[in-house]
Ligand binder design. Structure first.
Ligand code: GLO
Ligand code: MG
Length: 343
């Protein structure tokens, strides 16, 4: 049987300038046209956008101007054979979003966050995608007593409902993360995201995007998180990467810390036929030590590792595995997996 081809996506922030909390940028900014060229050269098919990646000055523009600018971005993509995968409202970098957007304690900031998110829906529609990603970056606390968690979940539902009402077509994929930049986030896991989705105005239009590192930071297995979302028909995007234990969000190359964990993620995607329903995105960062001319290697490596693991999944001796499982010989299964990955 012919396999569906995987399609790959990437965001401009994945070609970053190498800044970290301890030092300034070490590489020049990559002009947007070069981001697109790199994506094409590396065999990617779609671009992931923050609203202001697509329309940089959207805060100062009218809705008509925003739509026009997004339409010309769509044309620029099309001219290079690319499409937009999703748009995410980048609330966390704006001064109004300093204490979170939807769950800010400042009503003016909450209003701004919802207005901006609706504008981001307009950007998505004009770019030709119906998918919005909501990474609730600062929707949480550094000081636990500073916000009311009951009220916060109502505010998050109200925000999603506002986005849903901005277009009858829009679908929202929540990208949960347990911490960073906040200490304690209100939507830490896929379970929380899916549960919240059921309480929104149109649950059929609310799903999830799973980032491997975010699941690991919550102490969870990314492949199980993916399986849980796939079972509900809600896995609308993935940010594959890797993470070496519980520390800052590392955005390492896919498979770099735990190759077996990466194999398990590819296996769950492959078995569910994800290739024909969603893009494979990599939310990975180049190391600070990389010079500009080699600062896309992490993307090429992530994609190469993914494709090699697809082959590993397709050649995994499933019938031998089934015999091990039937005999409850899980030590034999363990060896089978390890030998297969080493072979
Ligand atoms: C950070 C997030 C971030 C989002 C992106 C899309 O930890 O993973 O990269 O995926 O901003 O909303
Ligand atoms: Mg991500």
């Amino acid at each position: 049987m012919a396999h569906a081809e995987y399609r790959f996506s990437v965001g401009p922030w994945n070609l970053g300038r190498g800044a970290d909390p301890f030092g300034p940028p070490v590489r020049p900014a990559v002009p947007f046209a070069d981001v697109l060229r790199t994506a094409v050269d590396l065999g990617f098919h779609a671009i992931q956008f923050h609203d202001d990646d697509a329309v940089p000055d959207l805060e100062t523009m009218t809705p008509a101007q925003i739509t026009k600018a997004a339409e010309s971005m769509r044309k620029m993509l099309a001219d290079m054979g690319l499409v937009a995968e999703f748009v995410a409202a980048r609330l966390w970098e704006h001064p109004h979003g300093v204490d979170g957007g939807y769950t800010s304690n400042d009503p003016a900031a909450r209003k701004w966050a919802i207005d901006r998110s609706k504008r981001a829906v307009d950007v998505a529609m004009a770019l030709g995608t119906e998918l919005m990603v909501m990474w609730p970056a600062r929707e949480g606390t550094g000081v636990r007593e500073s916000k009311d968690p009951v009220e916060a979940s109502r505010q998050l539902i109200a925000a999603i409902d506002a986005m849903l009402s901005a277009s009858p077509k829009v679908r929202i994929a929540i990208e949960p993360k347990p911490n960073e930049p906040v200490d304690t986030a209100f939507l830490p896991t896929i379970g929380h995201a899916l549960a919240l989705g059921t309480r929104c105005a149109d649950p059929a239009r609310v799903g999830v995007l799973i980032e491997s590192a975010h699941a690991i930071l919550a102490g969870l297995d990314p492949s199980d998180e993916m399986g849980f979302a796939l079972a509900a028909g809600k896995l609308w995007g993935v940010h594959l990467n890797d993470q070496n234990g519980l520390k800052y969000d590392q955005d390492k190359v896919f498979g770099a810390a735990n190759l077996r964990g990466a194999f398990d993620q590819v296996r769950v995607l492959e078995r569910a036929g994800y290739a024909s329903t969603g893009y494979v995105g990599f939310d990975v960062k180049a190391q600070r030590t990389q010079p500009a001319e080699k600062a896309a290697a992490h993307l090429a490596t992530s994609k190469a590792v993914f494709l090699k693991l697809v082959e590993k999944v397709r050649t995994f001796p499933e019938s031998v595995a089934a015999q091990c499982i039937a005999a409850r010989d899980y030590e034999a299964l363990e060896r089978l997996v390890l030998e297969h990955l080493l072979g």
